[in-house]
Design a protein around this ligand. Structure first.
Ligand SMILES: CC(C)(COP(=O)(O)OP(=O)(O)OC[C@H]1O[C@@H](n2cnc3c(N)ncnc32)[C@H](O)[C@@H]1OP(=O)(O)O)[C@@H](O)C(=O)NCCC(=O)NCCS
Length: 116
């Protein structure tokens, strides 16, 4: 199962100017906020979570919230993604893979799930 999303970085910047951390808390955990230092990275994380919700076919909503999707980084700065236990169980997910890129004002993310 695969999901993709594109996010305009300026849209994230506008929302950050308006709402600051209140806005970040809506879709990022405190550990994700700690590693997301730039608006491009934050836009990438937004795209990653939307892509992850597409990879299970639900979109973001009641079945899968932003906080059901957890992003971290390796020492080499590669992004990693993991769904909450509830989601992994429900959708039979063994492991998830994430790739992020940003250029020209856009952030793009792709998520692939390996099923059990
Ligand atoms: C990793 C690399 C391919 C990123 O490519 P890029 O064109 O610079 O940047 P992109 O916008 O396409 O991608 C950036 C995203 O790639 C992801 N990324 C970074 N390092 C990564 C890695 N080692 N593996 C997988 N993904 C990685 C991150 O999500 C990053 O965005 P974020 O930090 O905002 O989350 C590139 O920096 C590279 O080749 N690095 C290794 C070589 C190098 O930089 N050497 C210098 C030290 S010796």
């Amino acid at each position: 199962m695969i999901g993709i999303d594109i996010t305009v970085i300026a849209r994230i910047e506008k929302l950050l100017e308006k709402y600051n951390t209140k806005y970040l808390n809506k879709f990022l955990s405190s550990s994700e906020i700690n590693i997301a230092k730039t608006s491009a990275t934050i836009a990438g994380f937004w795209a990653a979570k939307e892509a992850a919700s597409k990879a299970i076919g639900t979109g973001i909503g009641k079945k899968c919230s932003f906080l059901d999707i957890k992003i971290s980084k390796t020492k080499q700065n590669a992004p990693k993604i993991k769904y909450s236990k509830k989601i992994r169980k429900k959708y039979n997910i063994k492991k998830s893979y994430l790739s992020i890129t940003h250029d020209g004002g856009f952030a793009i993310a792709v998520v692939v799930n390996k099923l059990k």
